[in-house]
Design a protein. Structure first.
Length: 427
């Protein structure tokens, strides 16, 4: 969280009376805005960066570098030409990396669904036959991870996030004696929503922690591995190797996708893990599919060429979205700095800014913003079951709207944060 700076002179601040803030809010409402900061979607300008994909591979181009005819069935592992590029980028051996369909969330769901139906390597029985299966969810976290657990009847237990990733001591305390805890979510790089990065030390602690469950898994969702916003481009900890070194070779399953690299609905998703886990995953996948969409995979391989092609492409994304993140954090600093009613993250990558407001007011901020035509992610969304126990965390997603709209929306959000805090203080 940032050290707040002084508020800009002239703007309504917490020192303004409740009446002044109500007037500022009425002015905001009179603008008749219709703005949306709800979901982390790429903007049209970002999607345009990959427009050339629509003409690839092109009529007559249907064999990959290894001579595979991509139009036909087969190749459950995915196209080697594309896997080689992403193995380099994700720091995993190519033999341990699968290229799959268009969504990594599907791969995560399938991993847990297979575990529920069949168990994973090391399980005593299918997880579905256990009385209770529990799962650690670092909070704030990604709402769709929580939906996967909920859909499969997996109970969620929370641990706090720190600027260096999930609180590893809290994890150790939970898993040491409780065999019902079968695993945890981790978003290691530029986490959704707090932008934190798991340090090597925390990664080592998580993969080494003695767990009562012999089949404890870490679903290592590296959705933002390549999504830098500054020159300080972090390299994600190599959790798969670290886990093997720690004597838990099957603990980590890694996921990534090109959803926020090329097209969010038509990218390619990846799964990497130990040889045993990859074989296990493929065994169950082979009953479900004869092979992935290799045409799309070839299209992506041709579009990028190599790993540097992906890196260069990501810099173009950065040029478009970094100014939007700067707009968010500078307007928050101008309007809320020094007021003591809010703190926020300044992410070096990823898609979100996490804003903490006065406890007990986050849902009121969302309500006020909605009534002023600014749609925010529901308060509570970054928590299991949609419930933020302190009602204080808001997730801001600035990539989709044009920058002028981001500015107007953030100024409006600041007014709502101040009004909600003043109302709360007056209670
Ligand atoms: N993981 C995280 C942490 C995300 O934020 C998102 C997208 N919002 C996803 C996964 C979804 O990825 P995909 O499109 O590959 O399913």
């Amino acid at each position: 969280m940032t050290t707040p700076e002084p508020a800009a002179p002239g703007s309504p601040s917490l020192a303004s009376s409740l009446d002044d803030l109500r007037r500022a809010y009425a002015d905001l409402q009179s603008l008749g805005l219709r703005l949306d900061l709800t979901r982390g979607k790429p903007s049209a300008e970002q999607l345009d960066l990959s427009e050339a994909l629509l003409a690839l591979p092109g009529e007559g181009v249907h064999t990959d570098a290894d001579g595979t005819d991509v139009r036909n069935y087969g190749g459950l592992d995915g196209l080697p030409q594309l896997r080689r590029i992403f193995a380099e980028l994700l720091g995993v051996p190519v033999e341990q990396l699968l290229a799959a369909g268009n969504a990594s969330l599907t791969l995560m769901y399938d991993t847990l669904a297979y575990a529920t139906l069949f168990g994973v390597p090391g399980s005593e029985r299918p997880w579905g036959r256990e009385e209770t299966v529990r799962w650690i969810c670092p909070v704030p976290g990604y709402d769709r991870h929580f939906s996967v657990c909920e859909a499969l009847g997996i109970e969620m237990v929370t641990v706090p996030m720190t600027p260096d990733g999930p609180d590893a001591d809290a994890v150790a305390g939970l898993v040491a004696d409780d065999p019902t805890i079968k695993g945890m979510w981790v978003v290691p790089t530029y986490a959704n929503p707090d932008g934190s990065v798991v340090t090597e030390e925390v990664a080592r602690a998580l993969v080494s922690v003695p767990a009562a469950a012999p089949d404890f898994r870490i679903l290592w969702d590296n959705a933002y591995a390549l999504h830098h916003l500054t020159d300080d481009e972090v390299t994600s900890a190599d959790a798969i190797s670290l886990a093997a070194e720690a004597g838990h070779p099957d603990r980590v399953v890694l996921y990534a996708s090109t959803s926020k690299i090329t097209f969010a609905g038509a990218g390619v998703a990846f799964l990497a893990s130990s040889p045993a886990n990859v074989a296990w995953y493929k065994k169950h996948l082979s009953a479900q599919s004869i092979g992935p969409d290799k045409v799309n995979q070839l299209r992506h391989a041709l579009f990028f060429g190599d790993a540097d092609g992906v890196r260069a492409h990501m810099r173009k994304h950065r040029e478009i979205i970094a100014p939007k993140f700067d707009a968010v954090t500078s307007i928050l600093a101008e309007r809320l700095g020094g007021t003591g009613v809010a703190s926020w993250t300044e992410p070096k990558g990823g898609y979100f800014v996490s804003l903490e407001v006065v406890p007990g007011t986050a849902s009121r901020v969302v309500e006020l913003a909605k009534a002023a035509g600014i749609a925010l992610t529901p308060a509570g969304a970054p928590f299991p079951y949609g419930k933020d126990p302190e009602d204080k965390v808001l997730r801001l997603a600035p990539t989709l709207p044009p920058i002028e709209e981001v500015r107007v929306a953030m100024d409006g959000v600041a007014t709502c944060v101040l009004l909600a805090a003043a109302e709360h203080a007056a209670r």
